[in-house]
Design a protein around this ligand. Structure first.
Ligand SMILES: Cc1cc2nc3c(=O)[nH]c(=O)nc-3n(C[C@H](O)[C@H](O)[C@H](O)COP(=O)(O)OP(=O)(O)OC[C@H]3O[C@@H](n4cnc5c(N)ncnc54)[C@H](O)[C@@H]3O)c2cc1C
Length: 509
């Protein structure tokens, strides 16, 4: 084996999926040396392309991209494929604009009451963005390499040895050393397993199939989502089908996915005798829901599917992982630069674990009402009634689109822990634009010299922005973390001691 100890990297990231790549961008923004080791030689895969690779981005994800100046590129990638995306997003072809679904039960945009979200202002992130994984990864990889991250493909991590000072990583017969290692290496994470993170949760109830087929008699299937006595199928003509077969997850990754097998499952689940002439593409997945009990062990951290896996129902896994990266990047960077308060890095797991646990439960709740059983059908009927009401649709939209996300940061102000509203500031920029350098922000709408003087004590970590915004939502002062979450806020004259405490807590003494 060839052994090589290059200059130690500040951070090694295992996995160049969307989460690893976005994290690499975050760390490069802070000027750290970043090595990304990716197992696959070739970043392209038909499963990342349309139609299977289509992913809807949640509000926190689009806000994160807006705050780092990535949203325009991602929207441009979406536009470039708009025709193919429209045909993949078959559920959009309806008279009313759908806003999401719960276990296949849709709710509609015109039922959603956004006025309930009084802490939000309209932002570019409100434009619903759906993009294929390949385009997303291409944008993120180009940004990460352009910023100087070293991305090596064909370097699957095989072993990890952490010490108190560094982490040694074996990949493709070579040895690498980093001060920190982040496992972004997906659901079967080698980093997670090598470092003994526990990963507990619930076993699967079904095998899900995503297939691209040619049918002899397509008219036997009903387009859209269909619940049947045997499971559920979604059909987007001419040949894209998602199937859920309640087999306890028995088939997943146990045998090759053959035409004969898919034919049998499709007939049974659809309760038809439809015939498949050709199987062009197929992959399986399950509703296994597991989560690492902590996302940090010493110098090793987990993010994305490496930290949590659940069924793709409701489309939240990617968004959850990108949220991990946004939460982790600035904390790890401040820790490495020694500007962080001592427990800042531990707040990553403390904040993100409950968010992941909630999403796992959200996906379990969907499975519970999809089972081909009378009790599940009865529950479905109740949810169908509730989701069609204004309050119901608003509740589901808040959960599915991530608007309800709030970290428990203590503090009495209702905005603390929430994503900062995208205030339009007097200099013509929005808060999102001010966050592009990943510095914190002290927004002082009443232009108080005492606050400016206070902010100057942290001027390498936060920017002070003063002046009346277009709509201040009743606020006078807001302290924003580099990830865009509110650390402290005040409606009236700010309490100086509270401000010092919040600044020290998040940006160091
Ligand atoms: C059918 C389906 C539909 C989905 N739809 C949605 C949706 O609409 N919305 C949504 O938010 N989510 C959705 N998801 C989930 C989403 O795709 C994942 O949560 C997301 O891809 C996770 O990103 P990641 O970077 O953590 O992991 P991955 O995308 O799995 O990337 C991990 C990377 O690590 C690499 N790797 C693996 N092992 C190693 C190793 N040992 N060393 C180095 N590299 C390694 C892999 O090659 C890969 O490139 C869906 C998933 C499926 C299966």
């Amino acid at each position: 084996m060839q052994t090589r100890f290059p200059d130690i990297h500040d951070v090694i990231i295992a996995g160049a999926g969307p989460v690893g790549l976005f994290l690499a961008c975050e760390l490069r923004l802070a000027g750290l040396s970043v090595l990304v080791l990716e197992q696959a030689q070739d970043p392209h895969s038909p499963l990342k392309q349309l139609p299977f690779g289509l992913r809807g981005l949640s509000i926190p994800t689009t806000e994160a991209f807006h705050r780092r100046g990535l949203l325009e590129e991602i929207v441009a990638a979406q536009r470039a494929k708009s025709g193919a995306i429209e045909s993949a997003a078959h559920w959009m072809r309806q008279a009313r604009r759908p806003a999401g679904h719960f276990a296949g039960l849709q709710f509609f945009q015109d039922d959603v009451d956004a006025a309930k979200w009084s802490w939000r202002l309209p932002t570019p992130a409100d434009a619903g963005v759906a993009v294929d994984m390949e385009s997303l990864e291409t944008v993120l990889a180009a940004r990460a390499s352009g910023m100087g991250a070293d991305i090596r493909r064909g370097f699957g991590v095989t072993a990890v040895a952490p010490s108190d000072h560094d982490v040694t990583v074996q990949a493709a017969g070579e040895t690498f050393r980093g001060r920190w290692l982040v496992g972004c290496d997906g659901g079967r994470s080698t980093v997670r397993k090598s470092c003994g993170f526990d990963f507990t949760g619930t076993d699967p109830e079904f095998t899900g199939y995503s297939i691209e087929v040619e049918l002899a008699d397509a008219e036997k299937l009903s387009p859209g989502r269909n619940s049947t006595a045997a499971g559920m199928y979604t059909y987007a003509p001419p040949g894209t089908i998602a199937l859920v077969d309640f087999d306890g997850g028995a088939f997943h990754r146990t045998a090759p996915i053959t035409l004969d097998h898919v034919q049998e499952v499709l007939r049974r689940v659809s309760c038809t005798d439809v015939t498949i002439i050709a199987l062009r593409l197929a992959s399986t997945w399950t509703d296994r829901a597991r989560q690492a009990s902590t996302y940090r062990k010493g110098r090793v951290l987990l993010a994305g599917d490496a930290a949590h896996t659940h069924s793709p129902l409701g489309g939240q896994g990617l968004n959850l992982g990108l949220g991990d990266a946004m939460n982790l990047g600035w904390k790890l960077a401040a820790t490495i630069r020694r500007s962080a308060p001592c427990d800042l890095l531990d707040s990553y797991s403390r904040e993100r674990h409950p968010v992941g646990a909630q999403i796992l439960d959200w996906s379990r709740a969907q499975v519970a009402i999809m089972r081909p059983a009378p009790s599940a059908r009865a529950l479905q009927a109740i949810i169908r009634d509730l989701i069609a009401t204004r309050d119901g649709a608003s509740y589901f939209a808040e959960r599915v689109r991530g608007v309800s996300l709030r970290y428990d940061l203590g503090g009495s102000h209702p905005l603390v822990g929430r994503s900062v509203p995208d205030f339009a500031l007097p200099d013509g920029a929005t808060v999102g634009e001010h966050l592009r350098t990943a510095k914190g922000l002290l927004l002082d709408f009443d232009v108080r010299p005492s606050l400016q003087a206070l902010a100057s004590r942290w001027d390498d970590r936060i920017a002070y922005v003063a002046g009346e915004p277009r709509d201040r939502l009743g606020l006078s002062t807001v302290l924003v973390r580099p990830d865009g979450f509110v650390a402290w806020a005040s409606d009236g004259a700010p309490n100086h001691d509270e401000a010092v405490e919040a600044l020290s807590r998040w940006f160091g003494a």
